[in-house]
Design a protein. Structure first.
Length: 389
């Protein structure tokens, strides 16, 4: 479906984006553009006006109903109703996204925070999000913005060109679509990534991988890297803990592999729920056999939050077990996450086993990779080490 074109421009506004917790940033002045011809505007919690944009992937049904074709849920929506994500609405048989240019978080982060360990290490990334998600993880760290509707979250009107200009001013080579679930703000991400590439700025996505193949393939034409949160390796966990399904996420990973897209995987290890040795072995074996030995996999430490507050933080020894299992399965780059200073934060050459990147938290202390190879033995180190747009 084609979307409306820009027909008007707004005045300069002093942007100050307030999101939940640590996702706060006072932004510099930006020029915000408004688009109309999509229906009535929505007044956000912050008092700004936001105009819906027609969604890209949906089909029209009888009786003014629509079927969303963006994610595996394939929501069928009656007139004046919304899909599961709460950010897409059917208006008279036309489906609209309510979060295009409606950012609830904007921040400049180290790329390692996403985390990307094999993508332009040591560089900053402008990170942007809108409200909404297409799953509900009971351990969500950003639930205050992911599990609410757009009207319930403080937001600021920021267009794709505004985001690109912010990347330029902050000397960030990358824009990251992150914090909530970028799939639900697909059109905003798509337009921003296209605009960014024209200006020599790369785009990366931090996603749950819950997306259908057609929109994924189209989006990847304008992306440079993807990080997928693999929540677990059982359908039971996805159903009970995330209100989702494992199969579509595995299909997304396979599609990324076929497309030649650089991607990394993060697994948040939640005590007693997805930390069994058996499950981890099955997961790591599948990743190695289906995706290849050079896909980085990060095992991150869980901390109690949202609806899971009765479990303790993940024991470090459990993360170490997961890393060992991954290495034994043949994966070359297995990491321990959310444990600053751990030896599992560093990158080691698969050839000579020398440390090639040393990290402390999000800081790069040493990087001896040269032209994508270990300087000690010249073994190739998989990743994106140079900026090429």
């Amino acid at each position: 479906m084609k979307r409306s074109k820009t027909v008007s421009r707004r005045e300069f506004v002093k942007a100050g984006i307030t999101a939940a917790g640590a996702l706060y940033l006072g932004c510099p002045d930006v020029l915000a553009a408004s688009e109309s011809a999509a229906g009535a505007v929505i007044t956000g919690k912050s008092g700004g006006e936001f105009t819906p944009y027609e969604a890209m992937f949906y089909k029209k049904l009888e009786d003014a109903r629509v079927e969303c074709q963006l994610c595996p849920r394939e929501c069928k929506i009656a007139d004046l109703e919304r899909g599961y994500c709460g950010v897409r609405e059917n208006r008279g048989g036309t489906y609209y996204t309510l979060v295009h240019s409606r950012a609830c978080a904007l921040h400049v982060d180290p790329i390692e925070k996403k985390p990307f360990f094999h993508y332009l290490p040591g560089t900053p990334a402008v990170s942007v999000a809108t409200a909404g998600c297409n799953v509900e993880c009971k351990f969500c760290q950003n639930w205050q913005i992911s599990q609410f509707r757009p009207e319930q979250v403080n937001s600021m009107k920021l267009t794709p060109s505004d985001i690109v200009e912010h990347a330029k001013r902050s000397h960030s080579p990358t824009i990251a679509y992150t914090y909530t679930e970028p799939v639900v703000f697909y059109e905003f991400m798509y337009d921003t990534a296209r605009a960014a590439r024209q200006e020599g700025i790369t785009s990366v996505v931090v996603s749950n991988g819950y997306i259908k193949e057609e929109p994924l393939v189209e989006l990847c034409k304008h992306l440079d890297a993807v990080k997928i949160d693999l929540k677990a390796f059982t359908e039971e966990f996805y159903k009970d803990t995330c209100s989702g399904s494992l199969k579509p996420v595995l299909e997304t990973l396979v599609t990324l592999k076929k497309l030649g897209m650089w991607f990394e995987i993060v697994v948040l290890i939640v005590p007693t729920l997805n930390d069994s040795e058996k499950e981890l072995k099955e997961m790591c074996t599948w990743v190695c056999e289906e995706l290849g030995p050079d896909v980085p996999i990060h095992f991150s430490r869980f901390h109690p939050t949202y609806k899971i507050t009765n479990l303790p933080p993940t024991p470090v020894r459990t993360l170490e077990m997961a890393r060992r299992i991954a290495q034994e399965a043949g994966l070359n780059f297995a990491y321990v996450g959310n444990v600053p200073g751990h030896e599992g934060e560093h990158t080691y050459c698969p050839g000579c086993k020398e440390m090639v990147i040393k990290r402390v938290g999000y800081t790069i202390v040493k990087n001896t990779i040269l032209n994508g190879k270990c300087q000690n033995c010249e073994h190739p180190i998989a990743g994106v080490w140079d900026l090429k747009v």
